[in-house]
Design a protein around this ligand. Structure first.
Ligand SMILES: O=c1ccn([C@@H]2O[C@H](COP(=O)(O)OP(=O)(O)O[C@H]3O[C@H](CO)[C@@H](O)[C@H](O)[C@H]3O)[C@@H](O)[C@H]2O)c(=O)[nH]1
Ligand SMILES: [Mn+2]
Length: 739
């Protein structure tokens, strides 16, 4: 059978999950309606009789409403989960493949050590793709000389590394990963003497490469600059006389440090990507580009070909904007206590894929340049001036957006002419965006720290679709936070960005329903409104507990049929979560870790994200992108591997969690003792179970405060402060209860 008759990719609906999810939606939904019925009828009773205090009752009801609303928003992402497989071996010949540009972003050599960044760069250069159609750009937002020098070293190393990978069909093309795992070349070479000798030689060259980076660091230092002109360099052998024989078969490698001036906003990663788009338009101008964070190296070199399987499918290619691969991580431990592998998100992404596609997740995606430019938004007969309103003042850039345009740099001599270099200086300047549509209608969106979600929303609203593919062999592997502080800081940034989006004019529930399907807009709504979990988290983490202390019942008696409604909702949501975790292939314990992460996020990240988002609405919050660290600390890694929480975190993040824990502990102990003396057991049972659940699930916090003595425990000062805060909460809570 001719290969052209076989599909390039296959999409399979996960039937068992789909059916389970739909049945659960139905049953859980009915139970929620029963709960509302109970609350509303009881509330009207309370209004009449005033036997129970009104305020705590209303607060608990509000918490339940918010919780149910968020539950509802997340349902469409469970409606039709799918998985996909691509068959790159069925693609047409190499000469039919389109060019691809790869964009790698880095910012700070202190938090993002050069060796890791360069491994990412080299792995991208070694992608299994025709080298004359591949260009790798590194954006250095730190403008650090040490990074530029490291690029030159990487080029020198890659000249040996890439031929080696090709010759021996090496799968793992990130050198660091290759040399630190026993896996080596294709089996047919593994025993050949030539291979063994070559590998040894390669290993030596890699050691030399590492040493050269270290030496650079010693002599140059890792200082970054926030005040410098644009620096764009095409990396090559430096002789300027055309490629030597070794350079054949090498992709293009370009270093870009856009201009930075303290007085100009630089729009973080979105600004970096947009600068790369413009600079690359002058040099290679590939119709597709791929974005990598500096720590996400290419683990399977076939990702570009896999992505092309979708772009080559005539049924979807005209609507398809991006192909998203998940973020997987090389430093994940067996006990993934911080949900470092982000399965919470990826489980939902399978559902998004079953609708009209996943959002961009910041990196590891292939994008159609045309879609990203928003070219479909520009009238076909637009004149040059109109186009300049979109793309800014550069004639050359405007020209580059025409379909027939060919970049004016010849690949063979590896040099850019002075005229092009001048244009590039303009395009990488910090004022270029001004007065144009960059960051608004063109490119990655500005004024947000979640440029990825924001940009996806707009593209989806314009009718583009996207694809999610999660092959068994991960195509990319990154570095995930291995301590609580980094995890909380990262999650706070995301939550803040998402909430900011929910409060903007692009609020998905208002902006999207007329532009995309209701289901898809609900998914975006769920994503951006997750920080609202802070409301039920504190509502249900404080009110029932304080009421327990005062013997005020908020839930039906055990003998009341509605007791079973509440019990059903609680049990059904826990079981459903467990089912999702297990069916995704994670061990059972992950569902406990997940629950803890959700609680820590709700108690700390969502709290601060919400406060900051409110300040932001009043213009009182300065935009900030707190980088996550990619530096490896041995002791910390050990704790992470063993599944021991590392509580060396700022008190600001820990105190809310510890205070709430103490409040629950006290409420459970005193409350239980009290009801044992009275006959209120039946009407207070739910309120005993709630703090008990919190105390048991978060046992690690108790351990951290009182039982551990190692460096990663919760500092005694934090515990002490939490005691004070929980006492204050109790005190003020008591007033509220009796209002
Ligand atoms: O001003 C900046 C800030 C960041 N970055 C780069 O952006 C990437 C992501 O930053 P990181 O500190 O690793 O943030 P994470 O929270 O780990 O990143 C996740 O979340 C971001 C959005 O918040 C997405 O952009 C990322 O792709 C996604 O991996 C890194 O390569 C940075 O060097 C820049 O280029 N310029
Ligand atoms: Mn990262």
């Amino acid at each position: 059978m001719g290969t052209h008759t076989l599909p390039l990719h296959v999409c399979r609906v996960k039937k068992a999950d789909m059916i389970t999810n739909r049945i659960h939606i139905f049953l859980h939904g009915i139970a929620l309606l029963a709960l509302f019925y109970y609350r509303i009828t009881t509330l009207s009773q309370i209004f009449k009789t005033r036997e129970t205090p009104l305020v705590p009752y209303v607060l608990v009801f509000i918490s339940e409403l918010v919780l149910s609303f968020l539950w509802l928003l997340h349902r469409p992402s469970k409606w039709r989960p799918v998985t996909r497989v691509a068959y790159p071996e069925r693609l047409p010949e190499d000469d039919k493949l389109p060019p691809v540009d790869v964009f790698v972003c880095t910012t700070d050599p202190k938090k993002e050590p050069s060796l890791g960044v360069m491994n990412t760069v080299i792995s991208a250069m070694a992608l299994d793709y025709p080298p004359d159609k591949l260009a790798v750009y590194l954006s250095d937002d730190g403008g650090a000389l040490v990074t530029l020098k490291a690029m030159q070293e990487s080029w020198n190393f890659a000249k040996w590394w890439i031929p080696f990978c090709r010759k021996y069909e090496v799968k793992t093309r990130c050198p660091d990963a290759y040399f630190s795992t026993p896996e080596s070349a294709n089996e047919k070479f593994i025993r050949s003497n030539e291979f063994v000798a070559d590998k040894k030689q390669m290993e030596k060259r890699y050691e030399e490469f590492k040493e050269s980076l270290e030496k650079n660091l010693e002599t140059i230092g890792s200082s970054v600059s926030r005040d410098h002109p644009p620096i764009v360099e095409v990396i090559n052998d430096g002789n300027g006389n055309g490629k030597d024989s070794n350079q054949k078969g090498m992709p293009l490698l370009v270093y870009v440090a856009r201009e930075k001036r303290p007085s100009h906003p630089h729009h973080f990663k979105a600004g970096a990507i947009n600068a790369l788009l413009r600079v690359s338009a002058m040099i290679s101008n590939a119709p597709y580009f791929m974005v990598l964070d500096c720590d996400h190296y290419c683990n399977d070199p076939t990702s570009a070909r896999q992505a092309m399987c979708f772009y080559f499918d005539p049924e979807i290619s005209s609507k398809l904007a991006w192909v998203q691969f998940p973020q997987h991580f090389h430093n994940i431990s067996d006990h993934d206590i911080y949900d470092g592998n982000l399965h919470y998100y990826w489980r939902e992404w399978e559902g998004l894929d079953g609708l009209r596609g996943p959002t961009i997740t910041g990196c590891n995606f292939y994008m159609k340049r045309e879609a990203f430019y928003g070219i479909d938004r520009i009238p076909k007969d637009a004149d040059l001036n109109h186009l300049k309103k979109f793309f800014g003042s550069s004639n050359e850039l405007v020209k580059s957006t025409y379909k027939s345009y060919r970049p004016n740099m010849s690949r063979d001599d590896g040099n850019v002419s002075d005229a092009v270099q001048k244009e590039i200086q303009l395009l990488a300047s910090c004022t270029y965006d001004k007065g144009s549509e960059w960051g608004v209608q063109v490119g990655a969106k500005y004024n947000t720290v979640v440029e990825d979600s924001m940009t996806s929303l707009i593209l989806h609203c314009r009718g583009w679709i996207s694809v999610w593919i999660d092959p068994i062999m991960p195509c990319f592997l990154g570095t995930c936070p291995t301590n609580l502080n980094d995890m909380l800081v990262q999650q706070t940034r995301w939550a803040f960005g998402l909430l900011q989006m929910a409060l903007s004019k692009f609020s998905p529930l208002l902006y999207a329903p007329f532009r995309m399907s209701i289901f898809q807009s609900m998914c975006y709504g769920g994503l951006t409104l997750d920080p609202f979990y802070v409301i039920p988290f504190y509502g249900l983490g404080i009110i029932p507990q304080i009421c327990l202390l005062y013997g005020i019942p908020l839930y039906p008696k055990v003998s009341d049929p509605f007791f079973f409604v509440f019990a059903f909702i609680f049990i059904s949501s826990q079981l459903k979560h467990i089912q999702e975790v297990v069916s995704y292939g994670d061990p059972l314990r992950t569902s406990l870790y997940d629950l803890r992460v959700w609680m820590m996020k709700s108690g700390a990240c969502y709290l601060y994200a919400t406060l900051n988002a409110i300040l932001d609405q009043f213009g009182l919050n300065e935009a900030n992108f707190s980088l996550t660290s990619k530096v490896v600390d041995d002791e910390e890694t050990k704790r992470h591997q063993e599944g021991i929480y590392d509580f060396q975190s700022s008190p600001q993040l820990l105190v809310p969690l510890c205070s709430l824990y103490l409040l629950n502990l006290v409420s459970f102990v005193i409350g239980t003792a009290k009801i044992l003396k009275t006959d209120k057991g039946s009407e207070m049972l739910s309120q005993v179970i709630i703090p008990l659940f919190g105390v048991v699930v978060n046992y690690h916090i108790l351990e951290g405060m009182f039982l551990r003595t190692d460096k990663g425990r919760i500092a005694p000062s934090v515990t002490l402060l939490s005691v004070v805060v929980s006492a204050v909460m109790l005190f003020f809570g008591s007033f509220v209860v009796f209002l």
